[in-house]
Design a protein around this ligand. Structure first.
Ligand SMILES: Cc1ncc(COP(=O)(O)O)c(C=O)c1O
Length: 411
């Protein structure tokens, strides 16, 4: 036997969205117990279909995708992406500033690998989607978590960010709209983040994958549009807005001064060249999808599925003592708070596991989103309103007798 161990780089990498509680849910499903899985933001699994615009573009153009394509992405698709961002107020970008890949996930990994040296620090929101901390660990850099403040609608705490900057800080990440809180940052908040980056010479990474999924008549403000003079990398894609997570379709726009864009794009190009090109089939649908914002909008307004599912979820949660929340304004996530004193909760993972066993509903505890106290969990509001209402009523009933001090902590 070899003394074999995987790379130490993987030590801190965690994906609770597909972690032990999820594994247990799968075991239950395999044993014939129907489990409502609210762990991933994958709309297709809840009966959302891809828009006709996307299907038509795919069917009509499939022959164009049989060869390797441009390693930065197909020219028509990059042009469409560039125009989309110019319409959102970006300045001084051309299709050459755009890079398409297999989802934001792949593009983000190219960026962390090419941007970060071992030991560099990157400011990452807490709570946040674990992709970014994980990629930082893999780059042997250090994620430094800054607080998003529930008392202020989950907006980033600018003082907390300032207090965590060191000579090693290289970049500031914002996820706007946010996963898991569903917060949409007003212009002043984005300006505040930009000012911190400017004062401290930080690169801004702006994950805006949910920018088309805003509700309540809010307008999404892109970081790069407000700060054309700053080094910014904007991440976006079609997984959620056009219900095609499985296509793996994401991109980035590298914007700002030439001293940043030229070497950054060259470094990413070296990375991208190794994998020859992104999936060409998905790129065929980008121009049509970005023309079609109607299908996304329709889900986000009263009467639309995502809007009504949020309303059903929040209405049902209002009836549970000890649960409070800040209503999400975008995407389909809610990050409710549970009164840990009332239920004697010391482990949010155990809480999620107990709810799974008691109600057959799977959700991911806050610790899966780098939230350090055991008092939050994330709900994915993708099932139909009736199903969400029932699931939350079941959780409410379960909580009537729940007392974690009487439970053995096994996870
Ligand atoms: C904030 C955020 N960024 C990136 C991603 C990854 O998206 P993609 O499917 O484009 O890889 C997700 C997926 O849930 C996400 O929530």
């Amino acid at each position: 036997m070899f003394d074999f161990r995987p790379s130490e780089r993987m030590e801190h990498v965690h994906s609770d969205i597909r972690g032990p509680i999820f594994v247990e849910a799968n075991r239950m499903s395999a044993a014939g117990i129907p489990v409502l899985k609210l762990n991933t933001g994958n709309p297709a699994t809840f009966g959302f279909g891809m828009p006709d615009s996307v299907r038509k573009a795919l069917l009509e153009n499939a022959d164009k995708a049989v060869g390797y394509c441009d390693l930065k992405g197909m020219p028509d698709a990059r042009r469409a992406i560039c125009n989309y961002h110019l319409k959102k107020g970006f300045k001084n970008i051309t299709p050459d500033n755009v890079f398409i890949g297999n989802g934001v996930s792949e593009i983000a990994s190219m960026v962390t690998t090419t941007l970060l040296n071992p030991g560099d620090e990157i400011l990452i929101p807490a709570p946040s989607y674990s992709l970014w901390t994980n990629l930082t660990y893999i780059a042997e850099a250090k994620p430094v978590l800054y607080i998003c403040d529930e008392q202020s609608d989950w907006y980033p705490d600018l003082e907390d960010i300032r207090s965590k900057i060191t000579p090693k800080t290289k970049a500031l990440l914002l996820i706007n709209p946010n996963n898991p809180t569903g917060a949409v940052y007003p212009r002043e908040v984005v300006e505040g983040l930009i000012k911190i980056a400017r004062d401290n010479k930080l690169v801004l990474l702006s994950d805006e994958i949910y920018d088309r999924l805003v509700m309540d008549d809010l307008v999404h403000e892109s970081t790069a549009a407000i700060a054309p003079d700053m080094p910014v990398i904007t991440f976006n894609g079609l997984s959620k807005s056009h219900i095609i997570c499985g296509f793996r379709c994401g991109w980035m726009v590298v914007s700002g001064p030439d001293w940043f864009t030229v070497p950054m794009l060259a470094a990413v190009q070296k990375m991208a060249a190794m994998r020859l090109c992104g999936n060409a089939l998905t790129q065929l649908v980008i121009p049509a999808a970005l023309e079609d914002d109607a299908s996304t909008r329709a889900m986000m307004v009263p009467g639309g599925r995502i809007y009504e599912q949020r309303e059903a979820t929040t209405k049902a949660l209002d009836k549970i003592p000890g649960i409070t929340y800040v209503k999400n304004r975008a995407a389909f996530y809610l990050f409710p708070k549970i009164d840990i004193k009332k239920y004697n909760i010391v482990s949010d993972r155990q809480f999620a596991m107990d709810v799974l066993h008691g109600t057959n509903v799977l959700f991911i505890p806050g610790s899966g989103f780098d939230w350090k106290t055991p008092d939050h969990f994330r709900l994915v509001m993708l099932p139909r309103p009736e199903e969400l209402t029932k699931a939350i009523e079941d959780i409410g009933k379960f909580l009537e007798t729940y007392d974690q001090s009487k439970v053995e902590i096994t996870i």
